[in-house]
Design a protein around this ligand. Structure first.
Ligand code: SF4
Length: 379
């Protein structure tokens, strides 16, 4: 690299500036690597150099924090230890193993990508950045993580942690969610990276962001980069990173009906073009506004569903549960409804013995309710 600088058609002074800057960045990388050596967490996927394992762990960690992700990782990789086993599985089973992590499209993409690796690469995980990037559900971040962690290829990773560390270190106030910001931070990440230790460097910055340069109140006094940190020098750490758009969220009002008739209940499978495609749930009535039970009873959907049900015993099991998704906030009430007769409308749902519900992949929200039900049953 230093030889390349000599080739540049710039003045001696400019070359010196560039070299000084690069030496500074290498020094930053050096500090991060030293910090990582003593502070990194021992995580199962860090012991592995199998691209499949790295891939699965990265996708799981996009969904959840390390502590929560660990169980999912073990469960998923125990059942699907390699590309072939994942590709051969039924989609329903893959979703079931993903249950609770949310963003089920990611599980579907994992499944599709595994099939594609079988078809296009003979079952061998591809080793080139562009090939990996061509797989469904794999973006620049994941492709860079895989090639750098496994093969030490010099592709910088830029995730939320990296944005935070770099924006503070260099006091960059370009919004990280702007096109210009994305480009600028990718360049900065490449500049700071020591290509000789690309994989370890990438892991070091991410871990540094997760443990040291945390979003709220980082302990800058003990930070090994504090002498170089421009945000710290200006006393303005919390101002970074800068974002331009706060994500708009839309409220939705769900009323789930856990209908009971002789230890049997009913489920339905969610369709396309909405959240939780392909997952199962109790009969659902969605209203445009918040609504109590008296209001719900007046809706056409409720009347249709229970027309001919005979004597009914209705109770609220969980009310106004707030469930936040990336662009939506769901306010949900779970009703338990015991009926005397099976209605015609229920024929369009799937009748399921209560003890079999566990077999179906359900959204996290429904899962929380089932856990509560199971808790009550075993008390
Ligand atoms: S000094 Fe504070 S803000 Fe700067 S890198 Fe260290 S922890 Fe982050």
């Amino acid at each position: 690299m230093f030889a390349l600088i000599n080739e540049l058609r710039v003045s001696k002074l400019q070359k010196q500036d560039i070299l000084t800057q690069m030496e500074n960045e290498l020094e930053v990388s050096h500090i991060l690597l030293a910090w990582y050596k003593t502070n990194k967490r021992m995580l199962p996927w860090r012991e592995s150099s199998d691209p499949y394992i790295i891939w699965i762990s990265e996708i799981i960690l996009q969904q959840t924090r390390v502590a929560q992700g660990m169980d999912y990782f073990y469960r998923f990789t125990e059942r699907f230890p390699d590309v072939a086993s994942l590709a051969a599985a039924e989609e329903d089973e893959v979703l079931k193993y993903w249950q609770g992590l949310g963003y089920y499209s990611r599980a579907r993409n994992l499944h599709a990508a595994a099939k594609s690796i079988m078809d296009r690469f003979g079952g061998v995980f591809p080793g080139e950045y562009k090939e990996i990037l061509s797989l469904k559900g794999i973006g620049e971040y994941t492709a860079a993580a895989i090639v750098s962690f496994v093969w030490n290829k010099p592709y910088p990773v830029v995730d939320g942690n990296v944005y935070r560390v770099l924006s503070r270190l260099y006091a960059v106030d370009t919004p990280i969610d702007s096109t210009q910001g994305k480009k600028q931070f990718a360049e900065l990440a490449a500049l700071v990276m020591n290509p000789k230790y690309a994989g370890t460097h990438n892991q070091a910055v991410m871990e540094f962001g997760a443990l040291q340069c945390v979003p709220q109140n980082p302990d800058c006094e003990v930070c090994p980069l504090k002498e170089r940190c421009m945000a710290y020098a200006s006393g303005n750490v919390q101002a970074f990173p800068v974002k331009q758009n706060k994500t708009k969220t839309r409220p939705r009002y769900f009323h789930y009906l856990y209908i009971i008739y002789k230890r049997q209940t009913w489920l339905s499978r969610r369709g396309k073009k909405d959240i939780w495609e392909g997952l199962y749930e109790f009969p659902l009535i969605e209203t445009a506004e918040p609504m109590d039970f008296a209001g719900l009873q007046q809706t056409e959907a409720y009347r249709k569903l229970f027309d001919g049900a005979g004597r009914m015993n209705v109770s609220v099991d969980m009310s106004e549960v707030k469930h936040v998704l990336s662009h939506q906030v769901l306010y949900t009430t779970f009703y338990r409804v015991e009926i005397e007769k099976v209605t015609d409308a229920l024929n369009s749902y799937l009748a399921v013995p209560y003890e079999d519900i566990e077999r179906y992949a359900v959204p996290r929200l429904v899962h929380i309710y089932l856990e509560k039900l199971n808790g009550n049953l075993s008390e």
